[in-house]
Design a protein around this ligand. Structure first.
Ligand code: FAD
Length: 517
């Protein structure tokens, strides 16, 4: 640690050697209004600055009581406190409303010190005062301006928050405080910025200009009730530093102003139209998916006897080549037909790769499944994390995936006589991942069958009911494409819990074969 330079200390005796006249002149010529009184506050001495501040010349005030200066409006308690301190031989500082000789009131900032003799008795009082009327006026102007700005900002129907470079909220308004209840977080600004500008902490600290953006939307999901859409706009504000060390230099600190507008009604309108369109697309895709699965299953099953026939033809080749030839011809023709069948399998629709809000997907799926859930008397518990960072993915595939999981749950709990019918959907932000759980209170999948559930064509349901069991294997493929995983566990109620995990630290764009726009 560098050595702190020591100030040169002169011996105290040197000061006492000053001629008394110097003291007198120093006090007389000081720019501070100084008066010396007897113990009853009768003025014995007043300097030139005292005359300038009060308007009374030395001759006019000598022998008068200091109360001469009183405007008679300072509260009695102030004088009582003042005299209590002075009587106890302690100095007193405070503000008094005085009146100049011409009758003009002024605000005086006063310090009075008792002068105590060797016997411990107060012989005099030393009073020092300065006129702080202008300072007080400026303080009030600033205070009034602050109140005015606060009133305007509070009356605004949008939320404001001003952050310093460390992310601390310096100023906010009523609408912003309301967000504390809505989002149920300590600092709504942080939660919203996490959602719309994930690296905001680093950029605000190092390059605040790059933190400026307009109209980025954050969707806030609450378990019960409607989702809320908040549009966030930021701007940079340059503020003067209030640190002492910036007094002589242009110290400047940057603030980030967040303006948060609720655009829920607009988005709800758009959402309604979107949900209707999406319902149609999903229904269509489900129909073609059923055809795809049916044909795939048929081809898969037809291949089994063809393979048996191929082995038989190979065995027959040596003993009866003519019959083997006929068999092989039949086999070739069958394979040709199978190939034709393969070619008519409808293709999966083109689905763009975009940043996806998982909560939005889950809410869409719940909305689409609502009639079935109501029909089956299932109670839904939707517990989303208020805001989630986006994942890169194919929205249609993800909707199909979660719809398949919800459909599975509905199916499982719909068996006759099953009493407990509860579906719980949660989304949570984990360590660099988003975890979604779809759990039901159905009969569940036995532990030894859980791993088989992901095999193609495995079904725990009645095959005659039209299930061919490709749902979970398809879900697993979709998650693998999205750099995630899906697993099945026992739910708290003994039913089935599908756990879907999206990694946030890997980019699935290449695997999904598209650029997120
Ligand atoms: P006061 O009759 O003076 O009494 C007001 C209260 O103070 C009462 O409760 C009383 O009990 C108590 N009190 C008064 N004198 C004493 C005392 N000697 N010992 C104990 N208690 C006492 N006042 C101003 O308004 N403006 C000034 O600029 C100002 N400067 C002062 C500078 C000095 C150095 C001192 C010592 C006092 C100063 N005062 C000043 C105080 C002033 O002397 C009066 O006390 C005050 O103005 C109230 O006056 P008053 O006539 O309304 O009431």
């Amino acid at each position: 640690m560098p050595a702190i330079p020591q100030a040169k200390v002169r011996p105290v005796q040197q000061a006492t050697e000053l001629p008394p006249e110097v003291y007198r002149q120093a006090v007389d010529q000081a720019d501070l209004a100084i008066s010396i009184t007897d113990p009853e506050a009768n003025i014995l001495f007043a300097n030139a600055a005292f005359a300038r501040v009060t308007g009374y010349s030395g001759e006019q005030v000598i022998g008068m009581n200091e109360s001469l200066l009183s405007n008679q409006t300072t509260p009695d308690e102030t004088y009582q406190t003042m005299w209590r301190e002075l009587t106890a031989q302690r100095p007193w500082s405070g503000k008094l409303l005085n009146r100049r000789q011409g009758g003009e009131p002024y605000l005086a900032e006063l310090t009075i010190s008792p002068v105590v003799d060797r016997r411990g008795e107060t012989t005099h009082f030393l009073g020092m005062q300065r006129d702080i009327t202008e300072l007080h006026r400026l303080e009030r102007v600033v205070l009034n301006q602050k109140k005015l700005i606060e009133a305007v900002v509070d009356a605004a129907p949008i939320a404001f928050a001003l952050l310093d470079q460390s992310g601390r909220v310096l100023l906010d308004n009523h609408e912003y405080k309301k967000l504390l209840t809505t989002l149920q977080v300590n600092e709504p600004a942080h939660t919203l910025l996490d959602g719309v500008a994930p690296n905001w902490r680093e950029t605000l600290a190092e390059q605040p200009a790059t933190c400026v953006f307009a109209n980025r939307e954050a969707r806030v999901d609450r378990g019960a009730g409607r989702a809320q859409w908040l549009s966030v706009t930021t701007s940079q504000i340059e503020m003067h530093s209030d640190c002492a060390d910036s007094y002589f230099c242009e110290g400047c600190q940057v603030g980030l102003l967040l303006v948060i507008a609720d655009v829920s009604s607009l988005r709800e309108e758009q959402e309604r139209a979107r949900t209707a369109a999406m319902q149609a697309v999903l229904a269509d895709e489900e129909r073609t998916a059923a055809m795809r699965e049916g044909l795939t299953a048929a081809i898969f099953r037809l291949e089994e006897p063809l393979n048996v026939m191929a082995s038989a033809a190979a065995v027959l080749q040596r003993r009866d080549p003519a019959s083997a030839g006929v068999l092989q011809q039949a086999l070739a023709a069958s394979r040709e037909h199978l190939e034709l069948l393969r070619q008519v399998i409808p293709q999966a629709p083109r689905d763009i790769v975009v940043p996806v809000n998982v909560n939005e997907i889950l809410r869409d799926v719940l909305e689409i499944c609502t009639p079935r859930l109501l029909g089956a008397g299932i109670v839904v518990d939707w517990r989303p994390t208020a805001t989630l960072p986006p994942v890169i993915g194919r929205p249609l595939q993800l909707r199909m995936l979660f719809k398949a999981l919800v459909d599975n749950a509905i199916e499982a709990m719909s068996c006759k006589g099953w009493r407990r019918r509860e579906l719980c959907l949660t989304s949570a932000l984990g360590d660099n991942c988003i975890v979604v759980t779809v759990s039901d209170s159905g009969p569940g999948i036995p532990a030894d069958e859980r791993h088989k559930a992901f095999e193609p064509f495995f079904t725990g349901k009645n095959r005659n009911a039209g299930h061919i069991g490709t749902g979970l294997s398809r879900a697993q493929q979709v998650m693998a494409d999205h750099a995630g995983i899906i697993d099945i566990e026992e739910s708290e109620s003994g039913g089935c819990a599908a756990i879907v995990e999206f990694r946030l630290d890997s980019d699935p764009t290449a695997r999904l074969g598209g650029d997120p726009n």
